[in-house]
Design a protein around this ligand. Structure first.
Ligand SMILES: [Zn+2]
Length: 246
């Protein structure tokens, strides 16, 4: 039986002569599909089965995975393909999705977030550091790791000049609670405010915050490290992004 699904190609691995196994992000979670001949130049399926193509797939159901019968590309983010740094960042996002989105379970929010993010990278309307940090914190929140940063974890204070951020729990301590424990509060409060803003704002407003150096760099480090600690996976695409971005 054939089914029709819209989805974004987030991963592909070569197999056989010119075939690919695709991981596709759909409203209903991740699916895997075999795309025969999709690596042939000018092949019938080639364009629509490329990484970051949002396509309509006609799929034949199989034992372990679908087989692509037909595919038509609906949207391509062409500017991302032509910029190595943007492409590396988008590939890192794809790897995160591959690790966090469930198979064959509702995943509409993930797809919406990823498509909005690709539009932003493609248009060049937001800086990449901000897109990256917002995406990281949003994925953490959707995966059940929303940091609990609305108050000091010890005394309940709502703000502090500087805080100590605890990665394992996603919480912070105000400067006086940090001092009592003999640890140094070294994160400016503006960083916690920005993270708090991202995890509680409507998705389309998540970018409406500003940070200057050095808070900006601290903020980016915290968003990345918080994700890396919880994903607990060797993220090769992230390492690659750092290698080429400078
Ligand atoms: Zn406190």
């Amino acid at each position: 039986m054939n089914v029709s699904k819209d989805g974004l190609v987030i991963w592909s691995s070569k197999t056989g002569e010119a075939d690919r196994v695709l991981t596709i992000l759909t409203d209903e979670g991740l699916i895997t599909a075999y795309a025969r001949g999709s690596l042939r130049p000018n092949g019938r399926l080639t364009s629509a089965c490329t990484m970051l193509s949002l396509s309509n797939f006609e799929l034949a159901t199989g034992k372990n995975m679908y087989t692509v019968v037909n595919a038509e590309s609906q949207k391509k983010f062409l500017n991302i393909y032509s910029d190595a740094v943007s492409y590396a960042l988008a590939t890192y996002f794809c790897e995160l999705l591959k690790l966090t989105v469930p198979y064959n379970e509702e995943a509409k929010q993930y797809l919406t977030v990823m498509l909005n993010t690709l539009y932003l990278i493609n248009n060049g309307s937001k800086p990449l550091w901000q897109i990256k940090a917002v995406f990281e914190m949003t994925i953490m929140t959707l995966s059940g790791y929303m940091p609990n940063i609305f108050e000091c974890a010890q005394c309940g204070a709502l703000s502090s000049d500087k805080v100590f951020f605890e990665y394992s729990t996603g919480t912070w301590l105000c400067s006086s609670c940090s001092e009592k424990r003999g640890i140094q509060a070294d994160v400016p409060f503006s960083v916690m405010s920005a993270i708090r803003y991202i995890v509680s704002a409507e998705p389309q407003r998540a970018f409406a915050f500003e940070l200057r150096s050095p808070s900006k760099e601290i903020f980016c480090d915290i968003c990345e490290r918080y994700l890396v600690e919880h994903i607990d996976h060797d993220l090769k695409t992230l390492n690659y992004y750092h290698t080429i971005k400078d």
